[in-house]
Design a protein around this ligand. Structure first.
Ligand code: AMP
Length: 214
């Protein structure tokens, strides 16, 4: 049995066609059913439906053999404990700083609201900017509006969420896409099954174009 960890929402929706090409179609829809383990059309493959930020943890500890996770989540988690063999080029977006449209450019000490504490810390340290990072779990866009932070670090796709809140994107930290991650022990113990699956994903991806920007 192979267990694949995936989060609900955009990543799940965009992963479905890829999984289908490998013969894996869930027997239930997580949007309408409360099951956390979904059997699939392949009796040897099941999906576990978890929060995006928990995917690396499940895979690291072997509770799932494979996972599909955004590069943002992997950067924040620290990905040394996992194999990351494949960029699936789905759920593409950008990890960016953003600030109020009238706010001056960052200079000196800066207060940053984000859920990406480690990534933001590294980013500002590399620029030599002294940053106080404030951890938030959601609605980051509110922080600059109420004086909690000078700027935010968050995912940007269309930019509509920023615009609706009088914020604007500033610096690109990284282009983001979802990656396939594999538990290190499973890669050895279940090598044949995992290698076959990787091959099927690679073939499907090769037919698709263009990839997300990197
Ligand atoms: P947008 O308004 O299209 O720029 O989308 C921004 C909002 O969607 C922010 O709240 C982001 O955290 C979230 N978002 C955008 N792209 C993704 C993604 N690939 N994965 C998860 N959240 C995303």
């Amino acid at each position: 049995m192979l267990t694949i960890a995936v989060s609900k929402g955009r990543i799940y929706e965009e992963a479905l066609p890829l999984l289908a090409e490998a013969g894996i179609t869930p027997l239930d829809d997580p949007a309408t059913c409360r099951k956390l383990i979904l059997q699939t059309t392949r009796p040897d493959v099941q999906l576990v439906i978890i929060r995006a930020t928990d995917v690396p943890t499940f895979v690291e500890y072997g509770a799932a053999d494979l996972g599909i996770a955004g590069k943002d989540v992997l950067l924040e988690h620290g990905a040394d404990s996992l194999y990351e063999p494949l960029d699936l080029n789905i759920a593409c977006c950008r990890l960016m700083t953003a600030a109020h449209k009238d706010a001056p450019a960052i200079s000196g000490r800066v207060r940053v609201a984000t859920k990406y504490v480690n990534t933001a810390q590294r980013y500002f340290a590399e620029l030599g900017i002294q940053a106080e990072i404030i951890k938030l779990y959601g609605s980051m866009e509110l922080a600059p509006l109420v004086g909690l932070a000078d700027c935010i670090v968050d995912l940007v796709d269309t930019g509509n969420t920023l615009k609706a809140n009088n914020l604007e994107p500033r610096e690109l930290i990284m282009n983001i896409s979802s990656r396939l991650v594999v538990n290190k022990a499973a890669m050895k113990m279940k090598n044949k099954a995992i290698a076959e699956l990787l091959d099927q994903f690679e073939q499907t991806l090769a037919k698709r174009c263009p990839p997300c920007p990197t």
